[in-house]
Design a protein around this ligand. Structure first.
Ligand SMILES: CC(C)(COP(=O)(O)OP(=O)(O)OC[C@H]1O[C@@H](n2cnc3c(N)ncnc32)[C@H](O)[C@@H]1OP(=O)(O)O)[C@@H](O)C(=O)NCCC(=O)NCCS
Length: 202
């Protein structure tokens, strides 16, 4: 098993691995057809086993030009993607990728890592195990045609929303959960790499 930097030739396998890894999670329909390119410097690593991509991690770094993390103090790195092939889980692949990111983070003088994830038990357990602490959360709401019809209004003539994706960050979460069928809690995890803890729940 080898961890190495992502290269452009990995793109097809990277995209396939990501779809497969998310299939059994609340992100099952979050599909990319092209890998993101980041405006800031990024740490992009893959894990390869017998010639096959089995793990990936992408971390975009705050820079003077543009901030990517939501906490303002210190220099952060946003984990945009972390995924391990379903047949290779719980073999420390994600842990290995994170360890390599943390080594590189030291060179980039990062203060913390930030990640956002839904309520998938494996992902949440994994973040907690690696000393990420939950900082904040809000809701992701998917409306079907009926729900969109009663909750939204289209200003475009003859355009009818048959599905809507919305963010909810108010304090009436229970009402939102009761009103819509598919609601996810999107949680922000933060791992302090150096300095004072930024953890709201510490
Ligand atoms: C989360 C994920 C990256 C973990 O990858 P992994 O290589 O299996 O994780 P590791 O082997 O490094 O770490 C295993 C530890 O994570 C936690 N963990 C992983 N899967 C778990 C599960 N199904 N249930 C409970 N804890 C789990 C445990 O603490 C576990 O330690 P243990 O095996 O000693 O109990 C992987 O499950 C995955 O790809 N999930 C889908 C993509 C995703 O949700 N990404 C994160 C959100 S964007």
């Amino acid at each position: 098993m080898k961890v190495r930097p992502y290269v452009a030739d990995d793109e097809r396998d990277w995209l396939r691995l990501r779809v497969l890894a998310f299939l059994d999670t609340p992100y099952y329909d979050n599909v990319l057809q092209a890998k993101e390119r980041y405006r800031n410097p990024a740490i992009e690593l893959v894990c390869v086993e017998a010639g096959q991509l089995v793990g990936l991690i992408d971390v975009e770094l705050d820079s003077d030009r543009r901030s990517v993390c939501s906490l303002k103090e210190g220099k952060g790195g946003m984990i945009w993607h972390i995924a391990v092939h379903p047949d290779y889980r719980r073999r420390s692949i994600a842990s290995l990728l994170l360890a390599e990111v943390e080594k590189a983070a030291h060179g980039h003088r990062l203060d913390y890592l930030e990640a956002w994830t839904r309520e998938d038990p494996a992902a949440n357990q994994w973040y907690k195990r690696h000393l990420f602490r939950q900082h904040t959360s809000y809701l992701h709401v998917y409306m079907d045609a009926e729900e969109a019809k009663r909750s939204t209004h289209s200003h475009c003539q003859d355009v009818t929303p048959l599905g809507v994706f919305a963010h909810y960050s108010g304090d009436r979460e229970e009402d939102v959960r009761n009103a819509f069928t598919r609601v996810h809690e999107c949680r922000c995890y933060v791992k302090q790499l150096k300095g004072e803890s930024l953890d709201a729940n510490a």
